[in-house]
Design a protein around this ligand. Structure first.
Ligand code: NDP
Length: 300
């Protein structure tokens, strides 16, 4: 039985980060200091880790980061007022509000309040619309990272049949748009899909973002397909004496026997997400500061 190649997201992410660091240094020479503002509301442990990782990566590539840590009881009005200040601050190029937000705050209203030019998460409806139209934009970081991994693995994606399992606004839908813009034939599966497994088994490319540990196994995969596992699930903590560990939405042991290449969890899509956030911050800084063409092609 064949064994799939493991796609190393850490190595790919470092390549993206090295490119970003070079371009950031060039901006510094022009007197421009790219700056990312990260807003965290409340004390969710996972969000705290994500924010710390983003701030650390920013420092590593020379991007200034400003953290705004707000109390869990912060009102929507207070958060919107902070976003308005960050939008108006010419020294801030990217604004990221870590999700999820406490129940009293409407995440949709918050995302809509971020200046689309500073929307480094790519969640604002203007950027979502641009992506859907195939126009250059700040595309969401996780699917952007998946696309880079796929292009590095397969080269030109034109004509491939890609199946995206999951249709969330932050992963599944923008992933489908990016793959369509890369000239794939795209099928999106979700909880109401009929014959999901059979449809998936016709795909050359499978991107899984469901949020269920080990959900997609070998029976879903055509021999030789390339599989990207977006899922991050914590398992094991409930069992006595077993430390929590991270697993993806793909059953790796079985899919490794069928696929030609597969991303691991951890060490696959996760590092790419943060690298693409740095890339988006660089692109946002360039667009706001210079009339020069972008050094890296904006995602289409
Ligand atoms: P959501 O919960 O928002 O979306 C899950 C999607 O899976 C929904 O569209 C849902 O369908 C679909 N789904 C659920 N059950 C089934 C089923 N039985 N068959 C087919 N589809 C199904 O999750 P996210 O997209 O936000 O995240 C998905 C995973 O990716 C999570 O594990 C998350 O932690 C991880 N993630 C990882 C990131 C990274 O950087 N590596 C970044 C973001 C997320 P429906 O719409 O019909 O309900």
């Amino acid at each position: 039985m064949s064994t799939a190649r493991t796609i190393d997201g850490r190595v790919a992410a470092q390549t993206v980060l090295d490119d970003v660091a070079r371009e950031v240094a060039a901006l510094h020479e022009n007197g421009i200091e790219p700056c990312l503002a990260v807003v965290l509301v409340g004390d969710d442990a996972a969000s705290d880790v994500y924010v710390r990782n983003k701030v650390r990566r920013a420092q590593e590539v020379g991007i200034r980061s400003v953290e705004h840590r707000l109390d869990a009881a912060t009102s929507e009005a207070a958060l919107l007022a902070l976003i308005a200040r960050l939008n108006a601050d010419p020294k801030v190029h990217g604004v990221l509000v870590q999700l999820p937000l406490p129940a009293q705050i409407d995440a949709g209203a918050v995302i809509a309040a971020i200046d689309p030019l500073k929307d480094v998460d790519g969640f604002h409806r203007e950027n979502v619309g641009r992506l859907a139209l195939g126009e250059p934009t700040l595309a969401p970081c996780t699917p952007q990272g998946c696309l880079i991994l796929l292009q590095q693995t397969l080269g030109d994606l034109a004509g491939k049949h890609a199946v995206v399992v999951g249709r969330s606004n932050i992963v599944g839908k923008p992933m489908a748009a990016l793959l369509l813009n890369a000239h794939c034939s795209v099928t999106v599966l979700h909880s109401r899909s009929e014959n999901a497994r059979e449809l998936c088994r016709t795909a050359d490319i499978v991107v899984v973002a469901v949020g269920r540990a080990g959900f997609v196994d070998a029976a879903w995969i055509k021999p030789g397909a390339v599989v990207i596992d977006v899922g991050i699930n914590r398992v094991g903590a409930a069992l006595a004496g077993e430390p929590a560990r991270l697993v993806g939405d793909v059953d790796h042991a079985s899919v490794l026997q069928v696929a030609s290449a597969l991303t691991p969890v951890p060490g696959g899509v996760g590092p790419m997400t943060i690298a693409c956030l740095m890339r988006n911050t660089l692109l946002a800084a360039r667009r706001q500061s210079l009339s020069l063409p972008d050094p890296l092609t904006l995602a289409r």
